[in-house]
Design a protein around this ligand. Sequence first.
Ligand SMILES: *Cc1c(COP(=O)(O)O)cnc(C)c1O
Length: 416
Amino acid sequence: MLNFDELKAEDLDIYNAIKKEKERQNSCIEMIASENFTSLAVMEAMGSFLTNKYAEGYPNNRYYCGCVNVDTVEDLARQRLCKLFGAEHANVQPHSGSQANEAVYIACLEKGDNVLSMSLNSGGHISHMSKASAQSRIYNSFYYDVDPETYLIDYDNILKIAMECKPKLIITGASAYPRAIDFKKFREIADKVGALLMVDMAHIAGLVAAGLHQSPVPYADFVTFTTHKTMRGPRGGAILCKKEWAQKIDSAVFPRMQGGPLEHIIAGKAVCFKEALTEEFKEYQKQVIKNAKILADSLIENGINLVTGGTDNHLVLLDLRKDGITGAELADCLDNIGITANKNAVPFDTTNKSVTSGLRLGTPAITTRGFLQEDVRQISKIISEVIHFKCKIPEEKFTEYKQIVNNLCLKYPLYS
Ligand SMILES: *Cc1c(COP(=O)(O)O)cnc(C)c1O
């Protein structure tokens, strides 16, 4: 399957770009913390006949005829998702994580309501009412930072801010926070100020599904996430909520925010949720965490500063402020060697967003390929040396690094 014969015959330009992208994925070490590699089964579901079908509405309550099969697909996706996380209600239609978040805002907020969320610099996401988002113009946003000394979430400080700004909604969940988040404490804060609680577990959903991170489902009114990232499914979003919010969430997604759902993607999500219910998926997530810990430990051994001094999850955040290079420089330099990562702001970063003083590294994608601790050590050594060289890598070293990257990629073939 996935031989692309038809595409090759009809549109060589797009065929070639896809082929080259497959080669890039096969030949680079993917360490962007938000990326992963889906199974071919997920891809087959996504590239299927379901893309032809309009299905506005929800299973057994559609605006179009002919929805019998997409109803089966979407029902299975919802049931599997509720089972996976022990949730009361699931909506699998949001096209992305940001749209899942927007649907929650539409469901529970009115224009001008106060919302409290984690600042971008502390690891929050743009879609959490950041100044760059359209939502920040509709709602009245307040932010909390991590502790300026430890860079950990400071629950007492959040309570203090919440008592002052009396938010209707508190948002937690992050894109660049390497530590566990205590959702029970967030519930207590929300209860003390009479706020609703939304947890965006986009980055850690796979860890939560495997029971390796506290689940937000018992504590939050709304849980949103992306089905790519650690979940290892198709790009997309999903929402879990308590029964009492089911109707409001569903109507927020359709018709208030989106039109027709992407049933081919929902089929990919259903396959992903089935995979996530297996023992292999749990084992995979355990290895993701083991690999991240080794990555953190060996970077520290090699003299690199990490935000919070380590990790509890699938990612580490390098703090380059003492090293005399920027996040942008390091990301570009590693890219040339074949290690793909992204520049990232560190807490209280004073540099421009397009420069930054940090680099974010994650282990979900390399772990899918089969990388083990000793492989991660080799990568960590390269990254540390590149930092010590301030990206001015001697010729022979550059050749050596490329060789190591090449060997690792050949050792763990990805897509044939
Ligand atoms: C990745 C991410 C999202 C957004 O997902 P998109 O599908 O890119 O819109 C939302 N929230 C958090 C915390 C994320 O890390």
